[in-house]
Design a protein around this ligand. Structure first.
Ligand code: MN
Length: 563
């Protein structure tokens, strides 16, 4: 018997599930030549490592029994109860999805999303299952390798990312990469090897210097280490930078883990005090976390020997949440008896977070009993969120009862403003139609269209409400006269570093002071919307500015409102 199981009590369901699964798969070998049960065990270990509960670990051990052995779901329910049977059933259903027929892609993804909406633990166990399958992919046929690698990249890795599980997502992508891009992989291996080693050596030398620097400012970091960029993510970045490795400053970055949020900013100050930061490379993901909840400070500086180096600064809690995402919350649930951890955990700023992360956190503080917590995750948690798909199969989460208008504004303000109709699962619906999990939503737009005031009566989210009011102000002259005392420019542009600086210099050239500037990036992080306000301008000045803004690299569209 594997040593791992000895950590569980004799009467624990994990032990019983171990015995049942090992017996059921006895004599069956995987294509790798290993006993089939080694796969179940590997999945269970990953699930346990992520800090999930014993029901999940038992379900991971049993995840292939209903499909591949004599064991039925009733047997599992009788022996382990409804909780485990529910998870195994969900996993069995997921296993039968077939993504291979391209025409059925959307349909299957929808089923996936539906199961997603039932219990996140099913999804996490499935991801652990896929991880081990990808780790042992070598022994399969070329055709199956490619199909699995495609599914992993297109479906599982993005879901892991969406759940904030950066480590798992990155690992899945990296495992799939050589199968999907064999030539690129070979090129990358050769091209990066020397550079990577040089930078890694350099970064290792930096570690004691950085530690000393921080200690001078009375910061005692939990860890300072070098982190190498993952292969698949490096490749994606190189595609954006004309394959120029010299422009990838975070090939190897220095990661600093400190105790508190305040220390994050102090550490940033210590670093900037010693080494000059590159302009426009500083990112405050603590004040403005990424959509998937990622939190950290990033800055790039001219470091020792003037070598450009990226620093990533965060607390231990942020780090765990960045790496393990939603799973970190379950892991946390198990250690909640530690009051010190509770304090620091709740001390993290929570602006802009995924609603469900926030909700989970609230439950954790309100529901003392773990079983009750689990029930509320299943029943309450998903009640007020829905998951719908774009025609490109991107998953968009919205509050329940959201309408196509909420969806349209979530994709892009322009799409919201110019929205004239919507199709749900291929059928035309009214714009006030209530969306449901799994719907594929397509928005029909008409250029130059303005939103209707009547939308305000049915939209569910606050973003469209704001945008509709704003757009209405520009069409209703009496409204405009009262409120507008400035000229405003609206720019849609590529999300590229340095863009705002270039725009800023256009205004500076004309000696115009910007009174207000906002910038927001869409959830695919490709397009940004930049809004700039200044004192009322004459029409000829506006026209000159428009021409110059259009010429800035990355500008897609510009529009203006006169004061
Ligand atoms: Mn499996």
């Amino acid at each position: 018997m594997d040593e791992w199981i000895s950590h569980y009590n004799k009467d624990s369901i994990v032990r019983a599930a171990f015995i049942m699964a090992e017996t059921a798969h006895k004599g069956v070998l995987r294509s790798t030549g290993d006993p089939y049960f080694t796969h179940c065990l590997a999945v269970a270990k990953t699930v346990a490592g992520l800090g999930l509960d014993e029901h999940s670990i038992a379900a991971a051990l049993l995840h292939d029994t209903v499909e591949d052995t004599e064991i039925t779901i009733e047997t599992i329910e009788n022996k382990f109860g409804k909780g485990v049977a529910f998870l195994v059933d969900g996993l069995t259903k997921l296993k039968n999805l077939d993504y291979s027929k391209k025409s059925a892609k959307g349909e299957n993804l929808r089923k996936f999303v539906l199961s997603f909406a039932k219990d996140l633990r099913v999804v996490i166990i499935k991801l652990a299952d896929r991880l081990h399958n990808m780790q042992t992919l070598k022994s399969l046929s070329l055709e199956r390798q490619q199909r699995m690698a495609w599914e992993t990249t297109e479906i599982y890795a993005p879901i892991a990312y969406r759940l904030g599980m950066q480590q798992l997502s990155g690992e899945l992508e990296d495992l799939a990469f050589p199968y999907l891009h064999p030539e690129e992989n070979e090129w990358l291996t050769k091209a990066v090897k020397d550079e990577y080693e040089t930078r890694h050596e350099y970064t290792k030398k930096l570690v004691p210097i950085v530690k000393k620097l921080l200690e001078q400012d009375d910061i005692h970091p939990i860890a300072v280490d070098a982190r190498a960029k993952r292969r698949a993510s490096l490749y994606k970045k190189l595609l954006r930078y004309e394959m120029d490795l010299d422009r990838v400053y975070d090939l190897v970055a220095v990661r600093v883990i400190v105790n508190t949020v305040t220390e994050c900013y102090t550490a940033l100050g210590s670093i900037h005090k010693s080494w000059a930061p590159l302009p426009n490379r500083f990112r405050d993901y603590i004040a403005r976390p990424k959509q998937n909840g990622y939190k950290s400070l990033h800055t790039t500086v001219f470091c020792v020997d003037n070598i450009i180096t990226e620093f990533q600064i965060r607390t231990q809690e942020m780090h765990e949440e960045n790496e393990f995402g939603v799973a970190a919350h379950w892991g946390y649930q198990q250690t909640k008896s530690n009051p010190k951890k509770v304090k620091s955990w709740l001390g993290i700023g929570n602006r802009n977070e995924l609603a469900w992360v926030e909700q989970l956190r609230n439950w954790q503080s309100q529901i003392p009993d773990s079983e009750e917590f689990e029930e509320s995750v299943k029943a309450e948690f998903f009640k007020d969120r829905i998951y719908v798909l774009t025609p490109q199969n991107d998953i968009i989460d919205l509050p329940a009862q959201s309408t196509p208008v909420d969806f349209a504004y979530r994709i892009h303000t322009r799409i919201g403003n110019e929205c004239v109709g919507a199709k749900v699962n291929g059928n035309i619906v009214p714009l006030s139609h209530e969306l449901h999990s799994g719907d594929v939503v397509e928005i029909i737009t008409q250029k130059g269209k303005k939103p209707s005031e009547s939308w305000l009566s049915f939209v569910k989210t606050s973003l469209p409400r704001k945008q509709i009011r704003r757009a209405l102000q520009t069409t209703l002259p009496w409204f405009k006269k009262e409120t507008k005392k400035f000229t405003e420019f609206r720019i849609h542009c590529d999300d590229r570093p340095g863009y705002l600086k270039d725009i800023g210099s256009v205004f500076a050239e004309h000696r115009i002071t910007i009174t207000h500037l906002t910038s927001a990036t869409d959830n695919r992080r490709k397009l940004s919307t930049v809004t700039i306000q200044c004192d009322p301008l004459q029409m000829d000045t506006v026209e000159k500015l428009m021409v110059k803004i259009k010429r800035v690299q990355g500008t897609r569209t510009v529009s203006y409102l006169l004061g």
